[in-house]
Design a binder for this molecule. Sequence first.
Ligand code: NAD
Length: 478
Amino acid sequence: MKRITVAKGDGIGPEIMNATLLILEKAGADIEIDEIEIGEKVYLAGNSSGIAAKDWDTIRGNKIFLKAPITTPQGGGYKSLNVSTRKFLGLYSNVRPCVSLHPFVKTKHPIMDLVIIRENEEDLYAGIEHQQTDEVVQCLKLISRPGCEKIIRYAFEYARQQNRKKVSCFTKDNIMKQTDGLFHKVFNEIAAEYTDIENEHWIVDIGAARLADTPEMFDVIVMPNLYGDILSDVAAQITGSVGLAGSANIGEECSMFEAIHGSAPLIAGQNIANPSGLIHGAVMMLNHIGQTAVAEKIMNAWLKTLEDGLHTFDIYTEGLSKQKIGTKEFAEAVISNLGEKPNLFKAVEYSNNTALQLPKYKRKEAAAKELVGVDLFVHWRGENPNELATIVQKIESNNARLTMITNRGIKVWPNGFEETFCTDHWRCRFTTENNEAIDNKDIIELLSKSVDENIDIVKTENLYKFNGQIAFSLGQGQ
Ligand code: NAD
């Protein structure tokens, strides 16, 4: 008997969770349930994290969490519980299978069977945002080597376990050479260890276009957080409905299983939502806890129900479907098919689908790190970069000369273009002529002088070489 935590969530959450739990019970899942309350009610009662402190203990104690979608109220400093659960519990891997159900569910892509493995803890979802000037706000994009290694290794191990042939990686490393560049580099390193699996890399824009147009060319796709979030919705939707796909959020200790869609408030309470996404989440959970036979039984009954043409409104198509049915009736139909196999779809076989055991991340030896300069970000309301250069040159020292000014990343001094539009947010780069080592004291001196000169520094960013290699981006146009 496995004890799990269940939250019924908001909107369509309770309807699809009740349907799913009934199917689990009738299929003989060997689970015991601790139910907790999360989401809108908890937020509106004044808890900005959407969950009571004691309920974290339940989730951490049971380690397995089956969660219905929740509504995050807009504004008011409410923090997304989905993001914080993934990060607090270290659920680094988000696995989202997207499969076409042709000819029973209408889709433009009859041969589509892919899995998106989305990095789940970092990237722009670190939620570190600041307003720095009247005109400019920023969001920090954090990508770490452990984050990349863990998710990419997970993708290759998953592909091997599931007998999949290829792992594709999507990044935008032609622009983000440090962050997405690291993801791509680690992908190449790890891919080299898996000679039995084909690998390829796509720039995310054309990769996304091919995914939406020719999804049959992909098998497993591994992506940083934001691209994975967006493209897994696209992939689920083009199989027929966003209501079909489930998602497993896997960590080293705990795991959370859910549908990929949200709480769909407009269709809540009408018994019309498709419970399939959450059912798939629950099937992934059963596999994860080793109850593969029950998972198989549910999935085969579900495939048979779709073949029988019993469809919820989101996938109902005149001529293709036999009957439009509600959430409860769909669950009852799946239950009546338990023990049966689909006729046309291939029956699933899950005996090999248990939780993956991955090696723990091992921290590498520290590189030789050398401070070679600093970027000072200045709030300045003037328009002519040459004027700003004259002002900030007053704080120069021998070890820290002004070598470049950029505005939103594009070089505007020296030799900028008059046409370049400038905001009130300027990056002034101070280095020696040949990027030689400087000292922290040089930076302190710059800052101290800038106070005397009334220069409004809103942020500093140190410039380093790691193992002798420049480890910061140049100005665009530099
Ligand atoms: P949504 O996924 O709830 O709905 C998008 C569209 O898909 C709507 O037209 C909806 O009716 C339809 N849809 C979604 N699930 C369906 C289902 N099971 N059956 C049939 N149709 C379905 O996205 P949204 O409208 O952008 O977000 C609504 C709320 O959900 C927001 O508060 C958002 O923050 C939250 N949300 C929660 C989660 C989560 O808890 N994991 C994920 C995404 C969004």
